[in-house]
Design a protein around this ligand. Sequence first.
Ligand code: ATP
Length: 324
Amino acid sequence: MRIAVIPGDGIGKEVMEAAIFVMDRMNLPLKYEFYEAGDECLKKYGKALPDETLEACKKSDAVLFGAAGETAADVIVRLRQELQTYANVRPARALRGVNCLYPKTDILIVRENTECLYLGLEFQIGDVAEAIRVISKKASERIARFAFELAKKEGRRKVTALHKANVMKKTCGLFRDVCKEVAKNYPEIEFNEYYIDAACMYMVMDPYRFDVIVTTNMFGDIVSDLAAGLVGGLGLAPSANIGDKYAIFEPVHGAAFDIAGKGIANPTAMILTACMMLKHLKYLEEAKRIEKALEDAIYEGYRTRDIGGNMKTMEFAREVARRL
Ligand code: ATP
């Protein structure tokens, strides 16, 4: 199987090296093909996402992505659109032993990936800047169905839609109505809805009321960082972008230039992201073994700086690999 690997910028390169080091231990028939994209690529070739990279992604069985810095909108946001990976799945699960606000949190956030304010339809006339928010019935139905199917597959009991339909009556109203309609097809799964602002408060005060969340693009981006904060930070948060044909796997964090080049980034998010990819490619057992090795290592106190330890990126990766 062909994996298009895009390490990208900043800590993307460092955590990618660590994740591939760990996966290599499993001796899987995966062929990693490395491609460039991001800020450095823009400087070098004048393009943040070269055609060669985009074409390679379309020919691969999965894309494994590290991080993009200032060019994120031109690289990862565009990649998600080009490959029509309409569902961004961002699990927020507390790992055993990690000191965090809510150690029993286990939320699956499903974020619509192809429209909303992130379409980048922005204009400025003089001193006034405008953005267009697009929400369609088709994309809303697709993401709502995806969320319920995922809930079913994962044995979850509830799907919660987040929106702001009392203010954005047309866009959020449409999204909410579609979610309600789709929910009728899944009587075995409970459905409820919250306004996004109230949901943020509930998430901080009582995240255990959430199981699967479905929401629009920008709300999903914000709420998934919030959820990552509840379970120990961005160094631990993986994600998958899934479409009917393609899939892109990337950690929730970005290039984190403040810590880049020092070899201290936590590779956990990237390793868990690689596990999501392995599961998608049907290497379920292998993914579970890596997850267990990683969780055991953290539980026993092997930790990078962001979660209270002093290990370097590759030291931690070697410890995980040693357990496999
Ligand atoms: P973006 O805007 O693309 O999300 P960013 O560089 O502004 O990216 P993030 O990379 O998302 O910000 O991360 C915010 C901060 O969280 C970083 O500056 C860093 O201090 C911390 N952080 C993120 N990822 C990790 C990691 N893997 N290990 C340790 N700390 C991290």
